[in-house]
Design a protein. Structure first.
Length: 281
């Protein structure tokens, strides 16, 4: 134990101390399950380490700009290989929680939220994955006739009544995005009774309405904040914003939601990974 503590103190400074409890009766502390890699767990070790590191950010123990321990240090602390530690770090870099600096190490990201363009996730999931608390202010929730564009996306007739939900989305109380979700499915008017200030839309659709969200198409565009957007997002008028238009499909290729969102440009990163096809020569 003394050795481990020494290792931690050794790379102190702005370096992060890995908080962990020890199974030592003498010192009266117990194992902290969030700081332990369970060898017999069905969960892969890299995944367990990812969750441990995520928890450190969530708990505020690791803060923006902090240097995280190296692969070797993590390997020694958790009794795992450097490769395993590398995989966990790389995935959290890809998710935007960490960033690497050549020759300096890996750091906890500043303020940017990363939205993965690989998995279909909702706002609540993205913010929780980053270790922050999602928040929502419902701006309006009404049934109204679909306009031409929305009707085309939802594959319905223009003028058909659809459910429209406008929300201000926050992370740790800070406004990040304004979202207009427009939904069509049989009985969608029941959504008027839901409390979306408290509950996630995706979760509600899946858990309460039995709708499986399968895939989505999304467009991304740069723009400048207008007066209303700037006011809601608490940014200066004409600040850069990112506009997204997403059509989300349920089973059998049925469009369920057409959503238009405006994200603060300075607080969001959209991440995607690409593979080059093997071209035939
Ligand atoms: C993203 C999408 C929206 C979707 C929302 C669901 O932000 N751009 O189209 O409505 O996630 O988020 P939640 O499940 O947190 O309500």
């Amino acid at each position: 134990m003394i050795e481990l503590v020494y290792t931690i103190n050794h790379f102190a400074c702005r370096c992060l101390a890995l908080r962990f409890s020890v199974p030592c009766e003498k010192h009266g502390v117990e194992w902290d399950s969030m700081s332990t890699i369970f060898r017999k767990s069905p969960l892969p070790r890299y995944y367990q380490l990812k969750e441990i590191m995520r928890e450190k950010i969530r708990a505020g123990e690791w803060k923006s700009g902090d240097l995280i321990p190296s692969e070797r240090e993590l390997g020694e602390l958790y009794g795992i290989s450097r490769m395993t530690a590398r995989q966990a770090i790389t995935e959290l870099v890809n998710e935007g929680l960490f960033y690497r600096e050549q020759g300096r190490g890996t750091f906890v990201s500043q303020h940017k939220i990363t939205q993965q363009l690989i998995h279909l996730t909702g706002f609540t999931e993205d913010i929780k994955a980053r270790g922050q608390h999602p928040g929502t202010k419902v701006l309006s929730a009404v049934m109204r006739p679909a306009d031409e564009k929305t009707a085309e996306r939802l594959r319905i007739q223009a003028g058909q009544m659809i459910y429209c939900l406008q929300r201000l989305r926050l992370a740790d109380g800070e406004p990040l995005a304004i979202e207009l979700s427009q939904l069509n499915f049989l009985g969608c008017e029941r959504l008027l009774e839901e409390d979306f200030a408290q509950h996630s839309l995706y979760r509600t659709l899946e858990a309460k309405y039995g709708i499986s969200l399968v895939e989505a198409e999304q467009e991304l565009e740069a723009s400048l904040a207008g007066e209303d957007e700037a006011h809601l997002l608490n940014i200066a008028i004409a600040s850069p914003v990112l506009l997204t238009r997403r059509t989300t499909y349920a089973d059998r290729d049925t469009p369920i939601e057409y959503a238009k969102s405006t994200y603060c440009g300075s607080k969001y990163t959209f991440y995607t990974s690409m593979k080059r096809e093997q071209l035939l020569s």
